[in-house]
Design a protein around this ligand. Structure first.
Ligand code: KMH
Ligand code: ZN
Length: 273
């Protein structure tokens, strides 16, 4: 078997859809999000994927809230700060793009439209291109979020048009109700469609989280876990923290003989300058 890069673990700690009613340990305030990011960093995460919440705990893409979160995280550790540009389904594209203006090292770039539970997650070609161009101007590495197969083609088109340069980094978000499920064959199929010099991670939603993490560790991919994707530790048992979910991935990696990347090692793997 080819020697694999070290494993990058992303902690997606809040999301836009989960509430405290569903997961009592969900971090909401900038302080809570920064503390949770630090705990995930100590557990082995090298990237934190962040969704901001307002004072009432509702999703917000407000620049100032993201700024506060970014500064609070940076004061604690060097974990890679990756804000969401996906936001919530009801945010406008202009609202969603705000955290990119903070020039984070990375940000997400959703590469197409899909059903998202009862809603529609809108990403027109016009706005995918606008988001990508702004990220390039500001030196932000996009993590291309793929919820359906066609989104890989949309990302390749960005390269063809000269908007993005490879190597690309993909996140296969598998198991969102209404979009692609997260069976092993779904991940294999997705992985086989991306340019060969790409890096990729997988975010398995709900019950898909741990099986897909195990597969990605063994396939040379990377892994995302956290309350945004899955609030449970096991069937019917809520996780006590995001760090608990990160710790499980670290244990799996160890058992499978794959080393875990530090943030600086993750920067090298992802070509983040
Ligand atoms: N909350 C979803 C509608 C991202 O962060 O870039 C979109 C999402 C993707 O979570
Ligand atoms: Zn997200």
């Amino acid at each position: 078997m080819k020697k694999m890069e070290k494993l990058i673990i992303t902690a997606a700690i809040t999301g836009a859809e989960v509430t405290r009613d569903l997961q009592p340990n969900l971090p909401l305030t900038p302080e809570e999000i920064a503390n949770e990011a630090f705990n995930c960093y100590k557990a082995g995460a090298s990237i934190v994927h962040v969704h901001a919440r307002d004072k009432d705990g509702n999703p917000t893409q407000d620049y100032e809230v993201y700024k506060e979160i970014k500064e609070k995280i940076e004061a604690k550790c060097d974990i890679i700060f990756q804000p969401s540009t996906g936001g919530a389904v009801w945010h406008s594209p202009e609202e969603r793009l705000q955290p990119v203006e903070l020039k984070p090292e990375m940000a997400t770039l959703s590469a197409g439209t899909c059903n998202f539970g009862p809603d529609v997650f809108m990403n027109s070609e016009e706005y995918i291109e606008k988001f990508a161009k702004r990220m390039v101007v500001l030196g932000v590495k996009p993590e291309i979020e793929v919820f359906e197969r066609g989104m890989i083609e949309n990302a390749k088109k960005l390269v063809k048009k000269g908007i993005l340069n490879g190597p690309l980094h993909f996140d296969f978000v598998l198991g969102v109700p209404g979009a692609c499920p997260g069976n092993p064959e779904d991940l294999l199929y997705m992985r086989n469609q991306i340019p060969s010099d790409s890096t990729w991670t997988v975010a398995g939603i709900g019950r898909y989280e741990t099986p897909l993490a195990g597969l990605a560790i063994n396939m040379g991919g990377h892994v995302r876990v956290g309350f945004e994707d899955n609030i449970y530790y096991s069937k019917g048992v809520l996780a006590t923290s995001n760090a608990q979910l990160v710790e499980r991935v670290v244990r799996l990696a160890k058992e499978f003989g794959r080393e875990v990347a530090s943030p600086s090692e993750a920067r090298k793997i992802l070509n983040i300058k």
